[in-house]
Design a binder for this molecule. Structure first.
Ligand SMILES: Nc1nc2c(c(=O)[nH]1)N[C@H]1C(S)=C(S)[C@@H](COP(=O)(O)OP(=O)(O)OC[C@H]3O[C@@H](n4cnc5c(=O)[nH]c(N)nc54)[C@H](O)[C@@H]3O)O[C@H]1N2
Ligand SMILES: Nc1nc2c(c(=O)[nH]1)N[C@H]1C(S)=C(S)[C@@H](COP(=O)(O)OP(=O)(O)OC[C@H]3O[C@@H](n4cnc5c(=O)[nH]c(N)nc54)[C@H](O)[C@@H]3O)O[C@H]1N2
Ligand code: SF4
Ligand SMILES: [Mo]
Length: 786
């Protein structure tokens, strides 16, 4: 498929602009191709999918189809606004000019630089929206602080998967091969359809995560791929799978070890590949020798024959592939689950082969520049980063603060106090990134100054900020889309401004205008186009205007790059790890105090690690399965999307619901020792009896915006039940999708007679037992003998 060079054309009275979508509003870098139609004044008229886009081929999801509703929404932030510090939590915003906003920001930042040092400024960042490319430079090259991070406890989204990839695989982000690099896609003669695809803790139809176009799973099913789904929920895809491993949440490492036991024990692995390219197979074989499916069954609640069947099908049907999802990251034991998963793909010989798992060397694009902006922090200040080095040396290798250590620092002011928070594409109390969000809220509300750049008014901004800068939506600005953030980027997409942004500006434009005031040395470019040219030139000899003409530029690709010296910066064959091989036993984990081999550890709160708690909280709760019509805390105010999914839903098995006298549609109180919240019952056998699934990201734009209510941000806040600082040894991974809870009918809730504690932030911390260290299993025999 070739794309038309004309990316902007007149059609009658309308102008048709081709673009690739990202954010805002929220999306990962899927880069769906679309045409935006405007009138001659730049007003939005309609949007349509672009059938010639090589990946998405005309398909769009409901969120982009609702584009007209978000562009003109009355709640959007259209211009800079300020509010007195004493009025935090009150709806007393005042419109100001960009000049005044920049004066305020500059004055406050300089005051903090001079009084406390730049490290006292904290940049709180959300998931991989377009903003993630520009938030670290805002911290490093504008505010000159070393303190910024993606804010989930244990960086438990993408962080664990990418470091496991770096430490053990030495090759970008491994992804299902869906022919995304080839113009003819599935018809390319080099391509082969995978026989089996393992969807491991991933729900790609709803999530389109990290740059993967979810609907490709359907394309492949139509071409014959069979599914192995590892998921506690019977999802639409799981119901169509050959094998559904409906595991107890948080026990993925045990599943991984048992699958390895089968593949190694039954000699189903690829000896030729292992002999040449795998390090540590003997040690791994020894580790898994007794981790039989029968060992895993009582731990994971998955029948041994299902585990065995899935392992055999995967190993005996080459090529097959694996996709790892967020659920690998959202557990304390996630790094080990991920290690087992990679080992499985590797020993079966599926790495970088047609229809297997594609690999790439992380590209220089953006990543290098982001890293280079660290120079503006300076070595002395960089040493002050709150990176949790003493507890987690593996985490401190990277350039980010450690979210859990940042919360401790906020609460103790040790080793120093923070004085300013800057929310960059982040509504973390919503409930999204912050676990135990009240602890964060109570600490941040004390800062000298807080600001945000966002496109909508949020509970975080209403509760905590003094200044807000308006961000333009993606149809309103130029940009580029980088699927997988440069770690396995099948194409580069041109984002072309079509709609008049008014006073709003893109994240990059805001970085530039603030940067030119506070640190002009770092911001030599006069236009965003100059900046994009400079980025593209790190890899190609063409520029941004060429990219507009290409539409979507598919990067060159070759299979088996490890044979050709394409995965290592030194050009030698092999993988970019210390041994040059895929390390199924790590050669460096020893240095970090971590076991070189994968192991299973009970979730922090579980029937087995905390049997006393389990007596009172007899259900395992997973959270945060994605919906087609929202992106985390976003889109709650978009009428057509909210109409499809009006309430926060907790999914409960019919037998469990009957036991607690709960009917479909009832309001349900969900509680554990850390906190409580209310969601609406969705009664279905999609979840097993002992597991519930609760949604995250809920607040209510229609509710009272002022504190303490803050648009009802506390009442359905499932992250009140999730602990901070229950992270893995490497510092990565935390239990967002595996805690204990109990449920009951929330009597009187609808009439407003509910517990007042639901409507305001709790003052204290959770129990000490929930805040530190690993938890060890007691026994697997006593409970649930069924
Ligand atoms: N529409 C929409 N798309 C999104 C987002 C959004 O909010 N809305 N968020 C984006 C972000 S930031 C991310 S990280 C991705 C995430 O997208 P994915 O990686 O697809 O992850 P999830 O959808 O969170 O969960 C995937 C599946 O894991 C299952 N699961 C829950 N607990 C466990 C467990 O312990 N083990 C296993 N094996 N499975 C478990 C869930 O039931 C769910 O079906 O989606 C991105 N895309
Ligand atoms: N219990 C539970 N909690 C979870 C999860 C779960 O599965 N379960 N999932 C977790 C995961 S994986 C993640 S990644 C986090 C996500 O958490 P976040 O990524 O922090 O998501 P939001 O809190 O929705 O904040 C995004 C804010 O950015 C604004 N915004 C959108 N696009 C842009 C942009 O391009 N620029 C700027 N400046 N602003 C923009 C939106 O209006 C919104 O206010 O949530 C996590 N929280
Ligand atoms: S919101 Fe949906 S249609 Fe729009 S870019 Fe993201 S995945 Fe594509
Ligand atoms: Mo995420």
């Amino acid at each position: 498929m070739t794309m038309d060079k004309e990316w902007r054309v007149e059609e009658g009275d309308l102008i048709r602009t081709r673009t690739c979508g990202w954010s805002p509003p929220g999306c990962h870098p899927v880069g769906c191709g679309m045409f935006i139609y405007t009138d001659k004044d730049g007003n939005f008229v309609k949007v349509e999918g672009d059938p010639d886009h090589p990946i998405t081929q005309g398909r769009l999801c409901p969120r982009c189809l609702a584009m007209g509703e978000f562009l003109n929404h009355p709640d959007r932030i259209k211009y800079p606004m300020k509010r007195a510090k004493a009025d935090r939590g009150k709806d007393k915003w005042e419109r100001i000019s960009w000049d005044e906003a920049l004066d305020i920001l500059e004055t406050e930042v300089r005051k903090i630089w001079e009084t406390y040092g730049p490290e006292a400024i904290y940049v709180s960042k959300g998931t991989g929206r377009e903003a993630t490319e520009y938030a670290p430079p805002m911290a490093q090259a504008v505010f000159k602080t070393p303190n910024n991070a993606f804010m989930m406890s244990g960086a438990s989204c993408y962080g664990p998967r990418t470091v496991i990839g770096d430490f053990l695989l030495g090759a970008g982000y491994p992804e299902l091969d869906y022919a995304a690099f080839f113009p003819d896609r599935y018809d390319d003669p080099r391509y082969e359809v995978p026989k089996y695809i393992i969807l491991w803790g991933k729900s790609p139809l709803q999530s389109n995560p990290d740059g993967f176009f979810g609907h490709a799973i359907i394309d492949l099913m139509k071409r014959g791929s069979k599914l192995i789904v590892i998921d506690p929920r019977l999802t639409w895809l799981a119901s169509r799978a050959e094998f559904h491993l409906q595991l107890r949440p948080g026990t993925d490492a045990a599943i991984g070890l048992a699958m390895l036991n089968v593949v190694i024990g039954e000699d189903l692995y690829d000896h030729a590949f292992c002999d040449e390219w795998v390090f540590g197979l003997d040690e791994l074989a020894e580790r898994v020798a007794d981790k039989t499916p029968e060992w895993a069954e009582p731990i994971t609640w998955v029948p041994a024959d299902v585990i065995r069947g899935a392992a055999r099908a995967f190993a005996m049907n080459a090529p097959s592939s694996i996709m790892w999802g967020l659920a690998i990251d959202t557990q304390q034991n996630g790094a080990q689950a991920g290690q087992a998963l990679l080992a499985l793909g590797a020993i079966c010989g599926y790495m970088d082969v047609p229809g297997g798992i594609t690999l790439a060397l992380p590209s220089s694009f953006m990543g290098r520049w982001t890293y280079e902006t660290l120079q503006f922090v300076g070595e002395e200040v960089e040493k002050k980063r709150i990176d949790g080095e003493e507890d987690h040396p593996a985490y401190a290798v990277g350039p980010y603060a450690h979210p859990d250590s940042v919360l401790t620092t906020l609460e103790t002011e040790d080793p120093y106090a923070f004085h300013m928070f800057y929310f960059y594409a982040s509504n973390p109390i919503a409930p999204t990134c912050y676990a135990e969000p009240e602890r964060w809220y109570n600490a941040i509300v004390k800062m000298d100054f807080n600001a945000a750049q966002d496109c909508f008014m949020t509970p975080t901004i209403m509760g905590l900020c003094d200044l807000v800068l308006p961000v333009s939506f993606f149809p309103e600005h130029d940009g580029f889309v980088l699927p997988h953030f440069g770690r396995n980027t099948h194409f580069l997409g041109a984002m072309n401004a079509a709609v008049d942004p008014g006073e709003a500006r893109s994240d990059l434009e805001i970085d530039m205008i603030v940067g030119k005031r506070l640190n002009p040395e770092a911001w030599p470019w006069d236009t965003v186009e100059e900046f994009f040219d400079a980025q593209i030139h790190t890899q190609y000899d063409w520029g941004f205007n060429d990219l507009r003409e290409f539409g979507a530029f598919q990067q060159p690709f070759e299979y088996r790059k490890y044979e050709k010296g394409m995965l290592r910066p030194d050009g030698e064959p092999g993988f970019n790890t210390p041994t040059g091989l895929i390390e199924v036993s790590s050669s460096i984990y020893d240095d970090f105090g971590e076991d070189p081999l994968p192991y299973f550890m009970e979730p922090a709160m579980s029937p087995y690690s905390t049997p006393d708690l389990y007596e009172d909280y007899p259900l395992v709760m997973t959270t945060g399965g994605r919906s087609f019509v929202s992106f985390h805390s976003e889109h709650r105010q978009i009428p057509s999307l909210r109409a499809i999914h009006p309430d926060p839903l907790v999914t409960i098995n019919p037998k469990t619901a009957a036991k607690y006298g709960i009917n479909d549609g009832d309001y349900v109180l969900i509680e554990n020792p850390l906190g409580k919240c209310v969601e609406r019952a969705r009664v279905t056998n999609e979840v097993p009896e002992r597991v519930i699934h609760a949604e995250h990201g809920w607040w209510f734009p229609e509710d009272d915006p002022e504190a303490p209510n803050l648009n009802g941000v506390w009442k359905s806040n499932v992250n009140r039940l999730i602990p901070m600082y229950k992270v893995g040894v490497t510092g990565y991974g935390a239990p967002y999708k595996n805690v204990l809870c109990r449920i009951s009918k929330a009597d009187g809730y609808e009439a407003g007679a509910a517990d007042p504690a639901l409507y305001e932030p709790r003052a204290s911390r959770g129990p000490e037992s929930m805040t530190n260290g690993p938890s060890q299993p007691a026994s697997y025999e006593v409970i649930h003998p069924e």
